[in-house]
Design a protein around this ligand. Structure first.
Ligand SMILES: Cc1cc2nc3c(=O)[nH]c(=O)nc-3n(C[C@H](O)[C@H](O)[C@H](O)COP(=O)(O)O)c2cc1C
Length: 359
């Protein structure tokens, strides 16, 4: 996955993305279906938009980027405005972005903004303003995942709606910030696993850390078919969300795996993810190492309705495959008895987590 500037060879992928938006009744790229639309002219216009000498007075030079996968499919579009004007201070800010409707909730928005912030840094933009509609929780999450600091709300002069304003320092040393990738195997939304992660985020151990959360059930991650192609090419041939997820884990090196116990084991969603990790071994005639690289740390969390016995193999099922990849397990936390004490009713949980994660 990489960030590129739009180019003329990418017409098919652009039309696919425009279509994706249209299918969801989102009209931002409907111009692509107008009779006189010329893709080459559109690309030229985008290029011109980034040059101060080519833009109309009152406009700000803006560079457009596309986040693409290995096949050129567009997973997100960002627009980097080189400086702010008064109206952009209220709404719009330095960076605008959109993710095609069918690619949302997969973490691409966070990756898109992260890469665009690096471009801002390269351009020497020290501080970046990003705004989003105050009721757009998904967009707010993307900004917060990238270290956005909320400043205040303004009222859009166009829609009259409330707009939240966030600042991100592009000079910030991203490596200094611990960025945890959460892989959540619970298929239920807003239940014990989700609430436990929310509580964990508030503890001092994770103070100043950023969380990027992946809910496996809402992603497209197919089961391993055992085709063994990865032994030849060191890459899984199934094209789905697994690749984006693994790339994020490799980049941030801090992983939280959380799964409820289903029949004494991890959930099917977690099992699918773990099986696909097989493709991350680096196979060679001399044996097998891991492609995940060194220095990944992981926390594993199991959740179950019953007691320790009810948890069965849940912890081992997560721990062993990670260890095989050389990942160091730094904490193993079990939450038992959700049947009697669901996470959201447990007033002592925050304190308990504070103690557990400081030892
Ligand atoms: C299909 C299924 C199987 C389960 N198997 C177990 C089990 O073996 N042991 C156990 O203690 N709880 C079991 N549970 C209960 C869940 O682990 C428990 O409800 C947990 O809190 C679910 O997490 P969530 O609220 O994040 O979805 C099972 C639940 C389901 C739906």
């Amino acid at each position: 996955m990489r960030l590129v500037e739009p180019s003329k060879e990418m017409e098919k992928h652009f039309i696919d993305m425009a279509n994706d938006n249209m299918q969801a009744n989102e009209l931002r790229y409907q111009f692509a279906f107008e009779e006189n639309f010329d893709f080459g002219v559109y690309i030229e216009k985008l290029r011109d938009n980034s040059k101060a000498e080519k833009i109309k007075p009152g406009y700000v030079p803006t560079t457009t980027f596309w986040l693409i996968d290995d096949h050129g499919k567009i997973l997100g579009v960002s627009r980097l405005r080189h400086y702010l004007m008064p109206h952009l201070e209220i709404e719009g800010g330095n960076i605008g972005y959109d993710v095609p409707p069918s690619e949302r909730m997969k973490g691409y928005g966070t990756i898109l903004l992260e890469h665009t912030l690096l471009k801002a840094k390269e351009m020497g933009i020290k501080r970046v303003l990003i705004t989003c509609d105050s009721d757009n929780i998904g967009s707010a999450k993307i900004i917060q995942n990238n270290g956005g600091i909320y400043e205040n709300e303004s009222i859009s002069t166009e829609s009259g709606k409330s707009v939240s304003r966030y600042w991100i320092s592009s000079q910030m040393d991203k490596d200094a910030i611990k960025h945890w990738v959460v892989v959540n195997g619970s298929p239920r939304i807003g239940m014990n696993s989700d609430k436990l992660i929310e509580t964990l985020e508030r503890t001092s151990y994770f103070k100043d850390a950023e969380f990027t959360k992946f809910k496996l059930d809402s992603m497209n991650i197919s089961p391993c078919t055992g085709c063994n192609q990865c032994r030849e090419s060191n890459r899984c041939t199934i094209e789905d969300d697994f690749h984006a997820l693994i790339e994020t884990i490799i980049r941030h090196k801090k992983l939280i795996l959380i799964s409820p116990s289903f029949n004494y084991n991890v959930t099917a969603q977690m099992k699918c993810f773990i099986d696909r990790l097989f493709s991350q071994y680096a196979f060679s005639a001399d044996g097998c190492t891991s492609q995940l690289g060194e220095g990944i740390e992981a926390i594993i969390i199991g959740i179950c309705a019953g007691d320790d016995d009810g948890m069965g193999y849940t912890m081992e099922a997560m721990k062993r495959p990670l260890q095989d990849h050389g990942i160091q397990i730094i904490y193993e936390y079990k939450y038992l008895h959700t049947k009697h004490m669901p996470v959201w009713k447990n007033e002592n949980l925050c304190g308990e987590l504070e103690t557990f994660f400081s030892i």
